[in-house]
Design a protein around this ligand. Structure first.
Ligand SMILES: Nc1nc2c(c(=O)[nH]1)N[C@H]1C(S)=C(S)[C@@H](COP(=O)(O)O)O[C@H]1N2
Ligand SMILES: [Mo]
Length: 283
């Protein structure tokens, strides 16, 4: 009997997860670009038509200042554009049945001097904070891990993790959108061109890891701060207590154990860019 109830609860949980993770519409990057351009042009077209009409109506010379109602239209275009960008292109998602095991790959920023993985204790995790530096170089309020895991809509994402070494695995992540978290903790930085995420500073800076991501990636609906992998809490090797997931980028951008985020409008470098890899490392 108890077993049945357990099975039912388990089945309900699986169903819910499936609804959240199974394939939606999958569109190619080319189709996405076409659609978003078309959406933008038609809205821009409305704005221009309105502007010409307005000038005829007023029978006045065009001047440098944009009439307020056209400005409002342009602002609206921008907000539509932002939404298209945020929600338009999605990396392919998979069913929970497709989950595979993920190896531990890359231990930079996770090891001690002896090369052993540094475990994060429950106590350390409970007090974990991500330090934040604004694009003007100011230290702003850090983001508590406790808030990340409890204050935002939890996302379940089953996607392919691709490594530049040539292997890939379908894995299930649980986390929250980076953009949701930043919207609350660093809203002014959401428009900065780049974010550089780093592991907590160690004694040996050569061991520290960093990953720079562009604004599009920062704001993307599938860019997550994740604390579970295939339903289990992250282990030290997979980046406990919190890591980045972004299915449009190779594994090198999916930094494990995030200790800080720094925003900048200047083209940054990161661990692998300094070693000759492409700064974007996307698809
Ligand atoms: N801190 C840290 N994060 C990292 C790396 C690393 O060496 N250190 N390697 C990256 C690479 S190359 C890959 S493929 C993925 C692998 O994640 P996994 O070990 O959970 O499979 O982590 C990425 N994030
Ligand atoms: Mo990788």
């Amino acid at each position: 009997m108890i077993g049945d109830a357990h099975d039912e609860a388990e089945a309900a949980r699986e169903r819910m997860l499936r609804e959240q993770t199974d394939d939606g519409e999958i569109i190619s990057h080319a189709e996405y670009t076409k659609r978003s351009r078309r959406a933008f042009l038609s809205f821009a077209g409305l704005g221009i038509a309105g502007y010409i009409g307005f000038n005829r109506l007023q029978n006045q010379e065009e001047n440098e200042s944009i009439p307020r109602f056209v400005r409002a239209g342009l602002d609206w275009n921008q907000s539509v554009w932002d939404r298209v960008q945020r929600d338009g292109a999605r990396a392919r998602t998979f069913s929970l049945d497709d989950r595979e095991e993920l190896r531990i790959n890359g231990r930079h920023g996770l090891e001690d001097e002896a090369g052993d993985l540094i475990e994060v204790t429950d106590d350390e995790a409970a007090n974990w904070e991500i330090a934040v530096t604004s694009r003007s170089g100011d230290t702003i309020d850090p983001i508590p891990l406790a808030s990340i895991t409890s204050d935002f809509e939890v996302q379940e994402l089953v996607c392919e993790h691709k490594c530049i070494e040539g292997w890939a695995n379908i894995v299930h992540w649980t986390g929250v959108r980076l953009s949701d978290v930043l919207d609350r903790y660093a809203p002014d930085e959401l428009s900065s061109e780049w974010a550089v995420l780093r592991t907590p500073p160690g004694d040996d800076v050569r061991r520290d890891y960093s990953a720079a991501i562009d604004n599009y990636t920062v704001r993307h609906a599938q860019t997550l701060l994740a604390w579970r992998l295939n339903g289990e809490p992250l282990t030290a090797g997979h980046g406990s207590p919190i890591r980045l997931v972004t299915p449009f980028k190779y594994g090198i951008k999916q930094i494990k154990r995030v200790g800080s985020i720094e925003f900048t409008d200047d083209r940054p470098t990161d661990y692998w860019t300094e070693r000759g890899y492409d700064l974007h490392s996307g698809f």
